[in-house]
Ligand binder design. Structure first.
Ligand SMILES: C[S@@+](CC[C@H](N)C(=O)[O-])C[C@H]1O[C@@H](n2cnc3c(N)ncnc32)[C@H](O)[C@@H]1O
Length: 369
């Protein structure tokens, strides 16, 4: 029997609560459609062109961006409905879709154009649109319990994740996270050896290598295309030259490191315990593991907030299947919570696991032997 065949029992409903829920679902449907449509605008440079040439009509925007007017006209209507671009009201011609003018406000530019803004969110549009491409596989995975590897996703997941996390790394990594671990900045400043595990496209590795030029940096990730991209980016930028990117699994880490860092990746690994054990073995005396994880909470009701909503969705679409994709299939998901994360570190043999930065979007742990 399918859901459609089921007969709905007549029960008394609270009309106000029902209307609220219906309105919420309609708003969600609009948001779900706005994400991929905004991504099309990003791919075609429509937001940037509108910022440079606005207020503009669809015809003008299509002309400067080399796109087709009819599509752009509909896109502007959809984006203005979402609040992602601004419609210039007032004149009669501005109510006609063919002659209406639109522009980008400074706030919209922060979110859609300004790569360096802490509020730049296009990466999120890109990686979440990529993640939803997996729903057929994921539906089947619910039946079989099997995982879906990180590497099996669309390329937009890798690029979008880098773009999504970059503002946090450029704004907080050197300024707040490393200084929160006593003695770490000094040690890296004097010169040491450090590893960035699950480094993806290597943005965090490059930021740290730039900030601490006397330290030698290793970026390690099991995903070959990401490591190749990381190398290409360094080559294109002409440095820094105090780093290397290597393809490899976290559990296979060898060497001696003053710092072993995990940025937003431990919970994606099928064997997080093995990864932490390998990091502990590779730590130099008084070395530290810096573990950065997405914000998470220990109790269920704490998760029910706007950020928790995004994170639990991302966990189900990407992180949990990734953590189930190979033995021992730990399947942490991104909502491990500080208590269980600290316990995992102790299980891996660490003597201390302390949260040194909490919020707004991440938890930063310092683990010591
Ligand atoms: C959410 S991404 C984070 C990437 C990067 N740290 C960042 O912040 O942009 C998770 C990363 O973990 C990597 N990963 C997953 N399992 C791994 C493993 N067993 N060993 C090494 N890397 C792994 C993936 O390839 C991916 O690049």
């Amino acid at each position: 029997m399918t859901a459609a065949d089921a007969t709905t029992p007549r029960v008394k409903v609270d009309d106000e609560r029902l209307e609220q829920l219906v309105n919420g679902v309609i708003a969600d449907a609009g948001g779900a459609l706005a994400l991929p449509l905004a991504l099309i605008g990003d791919r075609l440079g429509l937001f940037g062109a509108l910022a440079d040439h606005g207020p503009a009509t669809a015809t003008e925007l299509a002309q400067v961006s080399g796109t087709a007017t009819r599509y752009v006209q509909e896109w502007l209507l959809a984006m203005a409905s979402a609040g992602y671009v601004e419609h210039l009201g007032g004149e009669p011609e501005s109510e006609n879709p063919t002659t209406a003018r639109y522009q980008m406000t400074p706030e919209q530019a922060e979110i859609f154009i300004n790569l360096d803004s802490p509020h730049y969110l296009v990466g999120m549009f890109q990686n979440m649109t990529a993640a939803t491409r997996m729903i057929d596989r994921l539906t089947e995975a619910f039946r079989t319990g099997e995982g879906i590897g990180w590497h099996e996703h669309h390329n937009d997941l890798f690029e979008g994740t880098e773009r999504f996390f970059r503002p946090a790394y450029t704004g907080q990594l050197i300024q707040a996270w490393i200084p929160a671990v006593p003695g770490l900045a000094e040690r890296l400043h004097d010169g040491g050896h450090a590893a960035d595990i699950g480094c993806g496209l290597g943005t965090s590795t490059r930021i740290m290598a730039d900030a601490f030029p006397k330290t030698r940096w290793l970026g390690l990730d099991y995903h070959q295309p990401s490591i190749e991209r990381a190398r290409q980016r360094v080559a294109a930028a002409g440095g820094p030259d105090n780093l290397e990117f290597v393809v490899g699994a976290a559990g296979d880490l060898t060497g001696r490191f003053d710092l072993v860092a995990f940025f937003d990746c431990l919970h994606d690994m099928p064997d997080p315990l093995g990864a932490l054990r390998a990091a502990r073995v590779a730590l130099a005396d008084d070395g530290v593991v810096m573990l950065v994880e997405p914000m998470s909470w220990d109790s269920v009701s704490e998760v029910f907030n706007p950020l928790g909503r995004v994170l639990t969705g991302a966990s189900l679409l990407v992180c949990l299947p990734s953590g189930l994709s190979a033995p021992p299939a730990a399947g942490l998901g991104n909502q491990t919570g500080p208590a269980r994360t600290s316990q995992l570190a102790r299980d891996a043999g660490f003597g201390s696991a302390e949260v040194v930065v909490s919020g707004p979007t991440n938890l930063v742990y310092a683990l010591r032997r």
